[in-house]
Structure formats: structure tokens, C-alpha cells
Design a protein around this ligand. Structure first.
Ligand SMILES: Nc1ncnc2c1ncn2[C@@H]1O[C@H](COP(=O)(O)OP(=O)(O)OP(=O)(O)O)[C@@H](O)[C@H]1O
Ligand SMILES: [Mg+2]
Length: 357
């Protein structure tokens, strides 16, 4: 997809701002606090239904206003689209192609925006939930069967946890465990396949972006110890422990994946810049995997990309993303004189976004 217009109202510093990004690479520059991250955050909300900086109720609505509003217009293979979201922090209304929608998942499916923000920079060494969200974004977009199965599993998990906490007869856990096992095994296959699909792409990318890190590998962890009886047997074996803590400690909801590198311990030995490059390579690998799946071409939002990367690495990153062909919206403090001419630069100041003249 290619975003043609973004309208941001009552969103953090912006009262009413419009941005018309171009195809290719767009760079937002401006002083600290000018609102660069907020622009990318507004797009992230349209694609994920939530912010990467806390809950919508926590400071996203501009001080003195009741609700924020974001409208985006974009083109994709099917033609032109428009989506709008109004959010008070608790209630929301949204429209997709002028029709009101009842689930934010509809917006998330239509708006394919991938964001590289501070938590993505901690993909390698940060907590597992960052990696889970990362992989599920891709599975959600490439595997149409994923979301219904995910809903089914999540509902069964919630019910099993409620029974565990109620102290009811352990046999009443069985129907929920059967449901969790059936949908969980399916989710597991989809996630593991997607993880496998990312490995060769990541190998290609890291060879270009940071060859000094060596050969990458992604190792998928299911979230339970696999045995002959599958997830159903594992859940039954875990009942006593789960009843004592009041929730399901094992299951596909506890899956994880790990990046290993042949030259360094990825969790403990990477410098900040190297960790940033490794996380960026993972995000770009997701974009390439979606491009190759034929199920849409995402827009890449890269917040504060140039900081902590040296000039050579920034040049390599720009080469790679230019070669991919996706629209890129990125932010930085200033536009270096050596940036390629193909980068469209916009200034964010005084609550507005203007092209650099
Ligand atoms: N609810 C709000 N109402 C009004 N202004 C807000 C609100 N929340 C945040 N702001 C202001 O909006 C701006 C948000 O800045 P943002 O993080 O987008 O800046 P940035 O350009 O990315 O800065 P940096 O270069 O430091 O990363 C800040 O000036 C902040 O004080
Ligand atoms: Mg910022």
C-alpha cells in the first residue's frame, strides 16, 4: 500500500495537521518534541488499534480535547481507500471505505503498516511479548485462518484460567483444554512455518546490513514441552501447578522465538547499534515476507532510525529499503547532507508538517 494523505486531529501536539507523503522514502525532521514520533504513532494506531507508547487514554488525546481523530488515504492493488478513527481513550468509532466498522481488527487487516519503534529495537534481548507480537503480526497478515483460530484459543484459555481460579473440579477443565489443544496446535503450525519462512530472508538482510554479526538463525519455542500426547496431554500434566498459580503457564500463548548469531551471543554481546540493526533486519524481513506472500505490500514506519547508527550503516539500510520498493516513513533529528536525493524530507514544527523547500 502507499499512503497518500494523513490527517491528524487533537493528537498529542497536533491540533489539525495534514501530511501528504510521497512514494519511496520520506524523512520527517524536526527538533525534539516537534511531533515526529507522534505522526508515526498515529499511523501505528490505525494499523494495530493501539499505540506503541502506552494506552490511548494515557496522553494521546491532545490536552483540552475530548477525542483524537486520524484519517488516512491510501492506494493498493485494489484501488483507493480511506479509513478514519476517532478515539476518546475509552470509546472509539471507525470507518473503513466510508462504512462504519465494529471491530478494530478490520482496520488492522486493511492498514498494513509495520512500525520500527523502541520496543522493536529490543526484539533480540527484550521480553518475549515483544517477539510474540512481532511474529503474530506477520502470521495474521499472511495466513487468513490465523485470526479465527487465535480468537478461539484465546477464549478457551480465558475460560480455563477462570476455572483454575475458581477452584472447581479439575475435570471441568477438560472441555477448555480440548479446545485449547485443537486450536493451539493449529496456531503452533502457522507460527512455526512463518518463523521458518523468515530465516532465509533474515540471513540475506544481515549479510547486507551487518555481516560482522555472522550467520543468523531463528529458533522457535512452542510454549510447552512437546511430547507424544501433544498440547492436550501437556495441559493435563500441568493442572496441579496451574491451579496453584491461577493461570495457564504453558500453551501456545507462551511461544517465543530467538535470534542466534554465529559470531556473538545475540542476547548479551550486542552493542546498542548492533542490536538496533538486528531488530531492524527482523522488521525488514517481515516486510519482505509479506511482499513475497502476495497478500499486500506494507508501509514501513521507522522511528528515529539514524540515531546510534553510523553513516555507513545508514547508507546500507537506505540501499536495502530502496531496493525493496515499499513506501517508507521515517523520522530523524536532521537531514544529513549526504542523504540520497531520492529521500523526500519534511519538516515538523509548530504543529504542522511541510515539505522541505
Ligand atoms: N496530550 C498531549 N497534549 C498536548 N501535547 C502533547 C500531548 N502529549 C504529548 N505532547 C507533546 O507532543 C510532542 C510529542 O512529541 P514527539 O515524541 O512526537 O516528538 P519527536 O519529534 O518525536 O521528538 P524527539 O526528537 O525527542 O523524539 C511533545 O512536544 C509533547 O510535549
Ligand atoms: Mg521521537
Amino acid at each position: 500500500m502507499r499512503i497518500e494523505r494523513v490527517q491528524i486531529e487533537n493528537f498529542r501536539i497536533f491540533a489539525d495537521a495534514e501530511w501528504r507523503p510521497k512514494a519511496g522514502i520520506n524523512l520527517l525532521v524536526g527538533e525534539n518534541g516537534a511531533g515526529k514520533t507522534s505522526v508515526l504513532e498515529a499511523l501505528h494506531i490505525m494499523a494495530f488499534g493501539r499505540s506503541f507508547r502506552g494506552r490511548i487514554g494515557d496522553g494521546l488525546v491532545r490536552r483540552g480535547s475530548d477525542a483524537l481523530q486520524v484519517v488516512i488515504e491510501w492506494q493498493d492493488a485494489a484501488g483507493g481507500h480511506v479509513a478514519g478513527l476517532r478515539h476518546t481513550g475509552s470509546d472509539w468509532q471507525a470507518r473503513l471505505d466510508r462504512v462504519a466498522i465494529s471491530s478494530l481488527a478490520e482496520l488492522c487487516e486493511a492498514v498494513r503498516v509495520l512500525t520500527y519503534e523502541p520496543s522493536a529495537q529490543r526484539l533480540v534481548s527484550g521480553p518475549a511479548d515483544i517477539r510474540r507480537r512481532f511474529l503474530d503480526w506477520l502470521v495474521f497478515h499472511v495466513e487468513p485462518g490465523f485470526f479465527p483460530e487465535w480468537r478461539r484459543y484465546t477464549r478457551a484459555l480465558r475460560q480455563r484460567n477462570a476455572v483454575l481460579r475458581s477452584g472447581a473440579d479439575p475435570n471441568s477443565l477438560l472441555p477448555w483444554e480440548m479446545e485449547m489443544a485443537e486450536s493451539g496446535e493449529r496456531l503452533h503450525v502457522l507460527r512455526e512455518q512463518t518463523c521458518t519462512r523468515l530465516t532465509p530472508i533474515l540471513t540475506r538482510l544481515l549479510a547486507l546490513l551487518a555481516p560482522e554479526l555472522g550467520e543468523p538463525r531463528l529458533r522457535f519455542k512452542p510454549g510447552w514441552r512437546e511430547g507424544p500426547g501433544g498440547l492436550l496431554a501437556a495441559l493435563a500434566e500441568h493442572r496441579v501447578r496451574d491451579a496453584s498459580i491461577g493461570y495457564s503457564e504453558i500453551g501456545t500463548h507462551r511461544f517465543d522465538w530467538r535470534l542466534t548469531l554465529s559470531e556473538l551471543d545475540a542476547r548479551t554481546m550486542l552493542s546498542r547499534g548492533q542490536e538496533k540493526l538486528a531488530g531492524l533486519a527482523c522488521v525488514l524481513a517481515q516486510a519482505i515476507a509479506l511482499n513475497e506472500s502476495g497478500r499486500g505490500v506494507p508501509v514501513l514506519c521507522l522511528d528515529d532510525l539514524p540515531s546510534e547508527l553510523d553513516r555507513n550503516h545508514v547508507v546500507h539500510v537506505l540501499d536495502v529499503i530502496q531496493g525493496m520498493g515499499n513506501q517508507v516513513l521515517m523520522s530523524g533529528i536532521e537531514a544529513a547532507s549526504w542523504l540520497p536525493d531520492a529521500v523526500h524530507v519534511f519538516h515538523v514544527e509548530h504543529g504542522s508538517i511541510r515539505p522541505r523547500i
